[in-house]
Design a protein around this ligand. Structure first.
Ligand code: IPE
Ligand code: IPE
Ligand code: MG
Length: 255
């Protein structure tokens, strides 16, 4: 709607080709809040877990396409620290998904030089879930292609709380002076310490909120929201998000 009238910009409804998008700089780090699996299932009178299964297939498709586009880091919000509140049956299923995903797709990911990583607290995951993700991380740790970073049992406030505790311990021991706590020091205590901040954040399903996702890291990220439910998300939607990102003027506070 709005973009349609901005000078030189294609209307939002425009279809973009990969070739077109590849003519301009590609966001290096794309983060996605994959939302709407439950509503997708409900619309079809299916149990919510059917939506999660379908969502997993989309993760595979979008990972492959992100790699083709030359995106360097793809962070996917898969399970938040608040998602434990859901019915046990749903949580149990969500905890089986990483295993299912990795058992099915790990050989392909290795073949495609993908480096699997996880942010979030792994200690609280069921043993079988933790083993699956750690195996994938181990087997892909030397891969130099796309970094596929799952946010699993991740919550930004918990991440920041933990960072503050660790920094406070350093100060208490006399190993760090309060004035030495810089932005870089704080960033180095976050789970994303080896990654640059996201350039582009996508959230599906029409919700316009962050739901405790990467509060520090998203300070200057471009946001792209869509009503599309995650299981309906396609390569074309990613192209649209990237194309619109390419049309934004990022100023980082400058002029
Ligand atoms: C996103 O879909 C997946 C997770 C949060 C695990 P939802 O399960 O939140 O689906 P909706 O938002 O209820 O439709
Ligand atoms: C955010 O989605 C978490 C993930 C996508 C994993 P939610 O569905 O949990 O978020 P709210 O509850 O709508 O804010
Ligand atoms: Mg949701």
């Amino acid at each position: 709607m709005f973009n349609k009238f901005r000078k030189g910009h294609k209307p939002l409804s425009t279809e973009y080709t990969k070739e077109e998008v590849l003519q301009h700089p590609i966001p290096e780090h794309v983060a996605i809040i994959m939302d709407g699996n439950g509503r997708w299932a409900k619309k079809r009178s299916l149990p919510r877990i059917a939506g999660h299964y379908e969502g997993m297939q989309v993760v595979r498709k979008i990972t492959r396409f992100a790699n083709e586009l030359g995106i360097k880091v793809l962070t996917l919000y898969a399970f938040s620290t608040e998602n434990w509140k859901r019915p046990k049956q749903e949580v149990d299923y969500l905890m089986k998904l990483p295993e299912q995903f990795l058992t099915t797709f790990l050989p392909e990911l290795i073949e495609e030089n993908v480096n699997v990583r996880v942010i979030g607290n792994r200690d609280q995951l069921p043993e079988h879930t933790r083993r699956a993700v750690e195996k994938a991380m181990e087997e892909t740790k030397h891969n130099t292609g796309l970094i596929l970073n799952f946010a699993l049992n991740y919550g930004s406030r918990r991440e920041l709380t933990y960072a503050m505790q660790e920094i406070a311990k350093q100060v208490a021991k006399g190993q760090l002076a309060p004035e030495e706590i810089t932005e870089d020091v704080i960033a180095s205590y976050l789970m994303t310490k080896d990654l640059k901040d996201p350039d582009l954040l996508i959230r599906t399903s029409g919700e316009i909120r962050l739901s405790n996702f990467m509060l520090w890291q998203l300070a200057y990220t471009e946001f792209w929201f869509t009503d599309v439910l995650w299981p309906d998300f396609t390569e074309q939607h990613l192209l649209q998000a990237v194309a619109e990102f390419q049309q934004r003027g990022r100023r980082f506070g400058g002029v």
